[in-house]
Design a protein around this ligand. Structure first.
Ligand code: GTP
Ligand code: MG
Length: 207
């Protein structure tokens, strides 16, 4: 899929209104610093579109980006951000979980996993929660440029094995690097296929 345009649409806190759910939407989530915002910039080929930083906790709001005037990418704050206060973290959790459970145009959640790490409990728990709520998701292994292909493949296998403790099947996986653009075509092709099948939620007028 060609990216013809990518623009920032809006940032929201839990009290503000999200865009109308008329277009297919994809949310990026994962631990702080895993590379969510960088991946959005890599996919759209717009460096400063989503704010990135070496300091965890950069993304604080729920940010919508409109792509090709046809679908949304959503950048979410990272989970497991140690410096946020407990209260903030609790509020974040409630808001994000509410969003994930109720957003009717949300087609798929991209759960980002640092390809250099052993399977992390917080990631496994989050995937299990998505599964329990029937929220479709895929796994995206990030920062593949930082190590050998073999090491990345070993990480992916370990995570898949851990997932099989919760699931009968493992969801699709992508191996990506925002530096080398590895995985870009695959992720965009996946989104393109879902977009082609999207039927906008109907209004209640005919009910
Ligand atoms: P929060 O918004 O804080 O939750 O973080 P995030 O998940 O959005 O991460 P972000 O994209 O801000 O990236 C965090 C750091 O990792 C930055 O210094 C990025 O440059 C770096 N980074 C992200 N992706 C990659 C990658 O694929 N390869 C390399 N080498 N570095 C990356
Ligand atoms: Mg971010």
């Amino acid at each position: 899929m060609q990216i013809r345009s990518a623009e920032f649409k809006c940032s929201n806190t839990r009290t503000d209104k999200l865009p109308l759910p008329e277009l297919p939407e994809y949310a990026f989530i994962g631990r702080s610093n895993v590379g969510k915002s960088s991946l959005i910039n890599m996919l759209t080929q717009k460096k400063g579109l989503a704010k990135t930083s070496q300091t965890p906790g950069k993304t604080q709001l729920i940010n919508h980006f409109l792509i090709n005037e046809d679908w949304y990418l959503v950048d979410l704050p990272g989970y497991g951000y140690a410096r946020a206060s407990k209260t903030n973290r609790g509020e974040w959790e409630r808001f994000i979980r509410y969003y994930l459970k109720n957003r009717e145009n949300l087609q798929c959640v991209f759960v980002l996993i640092d390809s250099r790490l052993e399977p992390q409990k917080v990631d496994k728990d989050f995937c299990a929660w998505l599964g329990e709520h029937g929220i479709p998701f895929v796994l995206v292994f990030t920062k593949a440029d930082k190590q050998s292909r073999l090491k990345t493949e070993q990480s992916v296998s370990k995570f898949k094995k851990a997932m099989l403790e919760y699931f009968e099947e493992v969801p699709p996986q992508f191996i990506t690097s925002s530096e080398s653009k590895n995985g870009r075509e695959e992720v965009l092709a996946f989104i393109h296929d879902i977009n082609a099948r999207f039927i906008p939620p109907t209004s209640n007028n005919n009910a």
